[in-house]
Ligand binder design. Structure first.
Ligand code: ATP
Ligand code: MG
Length: 440
């Protein structure tokens, strides 16, 4: 992508409305724009990051055996009347009427809809277990939307829903998502700790929130500090192994970890003082097992091996991609801007032409740009006529992991500078060596 032809509206001034660093940096880097309170457009740079986050979420959901579909944002109120949640949900639900005066709503979550899909098609235990997910916009009319896309009214959620014949089966389905979540957050460069959580309006009896420790987090959390160093389940994790996944779940729940709603002061005080971590956190994922809470009122049942009908045991599993993007920034930035983990960086590398119009600089940059693109890299080429200082500031602000800097002096020697955004380390090398770094 040539920056001169891209759309990346950088702000020079710090936006006054932004209270936390991620919100400030997302606005300054031109990643998002507020359209009305708690409702955002994702501008091209932000969209790139969001897409990469979603791609990782999708890969790990698929690896764990979940199957993607797509459900609509608008739902009929009827379904919610069946489950009994239409009245219970309260003011967070945006209720709408269509031209025939039929009550509709903008989905805050999809338990009812997915249960409806399930009951229309699945009749036998032989079709179980089943886990269906989508990545879709949700709307919750939050009383206090704030911190940009961290807590917005319209936001994206990956929500998965599992169906099993028995409670034991449902626990295995829960453990699959538990392990998949550990892997997902790790690949996003985050350390998320599963904590026992309240089930809230979703209901149910087994629930964990995945929390990232951050000073700007809205939740108060308490945990054993050893979680920070625990091993993440590997790529070769066998998601069909009941014992294997149970072992992962047991290990990751073996020490104290709870959000304030579930906090047990006495149990926490039993943790040796030096091992106690009392901190603030950001909830990036939340998983629930809620048994037959929806399948019973909505009549979602299958025939079991005993020939009888059984209400299915369900769980639901949410991750917030539009919250994850700012959460990653909260965890990874410095005074100059964002520092993206390579896995979600909007571009792999930025090529900075320090003197556009200088033939040697232009030729060198074009050569590198073409070679890296050919190697399948996402490359941003800063071919604008901005001053070098502005270009450096922009490259640091948008947090691309590697910068290749072509200035007249180095280029005259057949060299460029390669800068690592995270460490700030700069290395001078031949043009060929710079290209070869990316062309494996
Ligand atoms: P919170 O306690 O932060 O209000 P929640 O418990 O209501 O969230 P869930 O129903 O558990 O949210 O939703 C699953 C995930 O969706 C959350 O873990 C979070 O990542 C994301 N999410 C929920 N509400 C919002 C929001 N208002 N803005 C952005 N992401 C959200
Ligand atoms: Mg939650």
């Amino acid at each position: 992508m040539r920056l001169s032809r891209y759309f990346m509206p950088i702000l020079k001034e710090n936006p006054k409305e932004a209270e936390i660093v991620s919100h400030r940096l997302m606005l300054r880097a031109g990643m998002i724009r507020q359209q009305s309170q708690g409702i955002y457009s994702w501008l091209p740079l932000g969209k790139r990051v969001l897409d990469k986050v979603n791609a990782i979420i999708r890969e790990e959901q698929n690896r764990a055996g979940a199957i993607e579909l797509s459900m609509p944002t608008l739902q009929s109120a009827e379904l919610w009347q069946e489950s009994g949640r239409y009245d219970a949900y309260g003011k967070e639900m945006l209720r709408i009427k269509d031209r025939q005066d039929r009550p509709m709503l903008y989905g805050p979550t999809n338990e009812e809809m997915v249960t409806d899909i399930f009951r229309s098609a699945v009749k036998s235990y032989k079709d179980l277990p089943l886990n269906l997910y989508h990545i879709q916009l949700k709307f919750r009319d939050e009383i206090r939307p704030r911190f940009g896309t961290m807590r917005s009214r319209e936001f994206m959620m990956k929500d998965a829903y599992s169906f099993d014949l028995t409670r034991e089966g449902a626990e295995h389905s829960y453990n699959k998502m538990f392990a998949a979540y550990l892997r997902t957050f790790d690949r996003l460069g985050l350390r998320a700790i599963p904590m026992r959580a309240d089930t809230g309006p979703i209901g149910g009896n087994l629930s964990h929130e995945f929390i990232i420790l951050a000073d700007t987090g809205e939740s108060e959390v308490f945990c054993h500090k050893d979680f920070v160093g625990f091993d993440i389940p590997g790529e070769n994790t066998d998601f069909d192994s009941v014992e294997g996944l149970k072992a992962i779940f047991d290990k990751w729940t073996s020490l104290y970890a709870a959000t304030s709603e579930m906090h047990d002061e006495a149990a926490f005080n039993a943790v040796p003082e030096g091992d106690r971590l009392s901190a603030r956190g950001i909830e990036v994922g939340h998983i629930f097992y809620f048994g037959t809470k929806y399948s019973e009122p909505m009549g979602a049942k299958v025939q079991g091996p005993d020939g009888k009908e059984h209400f299915v045991h369900m769980g639901s599993y949410g991750i917030g991609p539009t919250r994850l993007v700012p959460a990653i920034i909260e965890a990874s930035h410095d005074d100059n801007g964002i520092i993206w983990p390579a896995s979600v960086a909007p571009f792999d590398v930025v090529v900075i032409n320090m003197k556009v119009g200088d033939e040697a600089c232009d030729d060198t940059c074009e050569l590198i740009y073409a070679a890296l693109k050919k190697a399948g890299k996402d490359v941003l080429y800063d071919d604008t006529d901005d001053r070098a200082g502005t270009k450096f500031a922009t490259a640091d602000l948008i947090g691309v992991p590697v910068q290749i800097i072509a200035g007249p002096r180095a280029v005259a020697n057949g060299e460029v500078e390669v800068k690592d955004r995270k460490t700030g380390a700069r290395e001078t090398m031949t043009i060929e060596a710079a290209i070869n770094r990316f062309v494996a």
